[in-house]
Write a protein that binds this ligand. Structure first.
Ligand SMILES: C[S@@+](CC[C@H](N)C(=O)[O-])C[C@H]1O[C@@H](n2cnc3c(N)ncnc32)[C@H](O)[C@@H]1O
Length: 311
């Protein structure tokens, strides 16, 4: 397995590259899958709560899929809501993200769900406010299963399922107030593992993917801020206007090679300007605003769904 180093920094918690760590881990755990129920992936859904997750507008996305496509790419996967929703239509998927701990968690769900569930059971038994901050402070874990269990435990028990890191890349979201956080999700982890058998999981920048003609790529980047309270930061690096421009250039390049592309973003003049009418179809949809530090900022907002094929 080769590992391409991402171009920009990301929160690193491994002493070795992502690929190498997982390869070593997979070699130790010779049973590639440990599934003990016949779910066939039925009912699998995102196992992390993710800011900007697409569950709430999933039908809008499904209604705009290309009629046919070969492989599926989701290069800003987050919780990968669209992948889970349309998994029965997918032969081979490539899921990637710049968040290393998230990519490790997906890989562990795929490779070793039972070991992960065991650790989640331990976290669930010990869960308390004090325990949360003890686990949150474990920034230097090296075992991928430990990293994945910590990631899911914190995601389920932190404030609003947010993912936020400080300048050193350390997760710093305070504990949330959920009375009954669904930490273990045994059935869903097993079903997700089954579904992820058809996915290659990578840790890299969105423009490191290499889709072929007729492959389908869904880009769901951090949104261009519609106002000063918008959430755009999923790693210690911000997703700047330069990154939005780079994404638009990359998508245009993919369009030239016959790749089918769909993108989500906020409805701002800046984003509309990046996607010219002679290539891109732009639809406006209404989405609930989930992440906002101001309560009065909650409500519906316009978002853009941009495709290079007719829908
Ligand atoms: C809006 S979220 C995606 C949500 C996802 N579609 C879902 O259903 O949960 C944006 C994702 O882009 C990732 N990201 C940010 N910068 C990136 C980059 N330069 N390359 C790849 N992924 C990036 C973030 O880590 C985050 O997971």
């Amino acid at each position: 397995m080769t590992t391409k180093k991402p171009k920009s920094e990301a929160p690193l918690t491994l002493l070795m590259p992502f690929g190498e760590a997982l390869e070593r881990f997979t070699n130790v755990n010779t049973r590639v899958t440990e599934l003990d129920i016949n779910t066939n992936g039925h009912g699998a859904s995102p196992f992390v709560k993710w800011a900007g997750g697409k569950r709430s507008i999933i039908n809008e996305l499904v209604n705009r899929l290309p009629e046919i496509f070969e492989n599926y790419y989701e290069p800003c996967m987050g919780g990968a809501a669209l992948f889970f929703k349309i998994q029965s239509r997918i032969n081979q998927a490539y899921l990637s993200d710049i968040n290393l701990d998230l990519a490790i968690t997906f890989a562990v769900v795929k490779i070793s769900p039972e070991a992960l569930i065991n650790k989640l059971e331990q976290h669930s038994l010990k869960d308390s406010s004090e325990y949360y901050y003890k686990i949150r402070a474990q920034y230097e874990l090296q075992d991928p299963v430990d990293i994945a269990a910590r990631f899911i435990y914190l995601n389920k028990t932190c404030f609003n399922g947010l993912y936020r890191v400080n300048k050193k890349g350390e997760f710093n979201v305070p504990r949330g107030s959920s009375i009954n956080p669904n930490i273990i999700q045994r059935e869903n982890i097993l079903a997700s593992s089954q579904v992820l058998q058809k996915a290659t999981i990578k840790y890299h920048e969105f423009d490191a993917i290499k889709p072929l003609p007729n492959d389908f790529v869904y880009f769901d980047p951090p949104y261009h801020p519609a106002d000063s309270t918008s959430f755009t930061k999923y790693t210690k690096m911000d997703f700047s206007e330069k990154d939005q421009q780079r994404l638009s250039n990359f998508a245009t390049q993919l369009n030239k090679t016959g790749v089918k592309v769909m993108l989500s973003n906020s409805d701002t003049p800046f984003i509309r300007n990046l996607y010219s009418a002679n290539i891109w179809h732009i639809d406006t949809i209404q989405a609930p605003r989930m992440v906002n530090c101001k309560a009065n900022g909650r409500g519906a907002v316009n978002e853009l769904l941009i495709t290079n094929y007719g829908v």
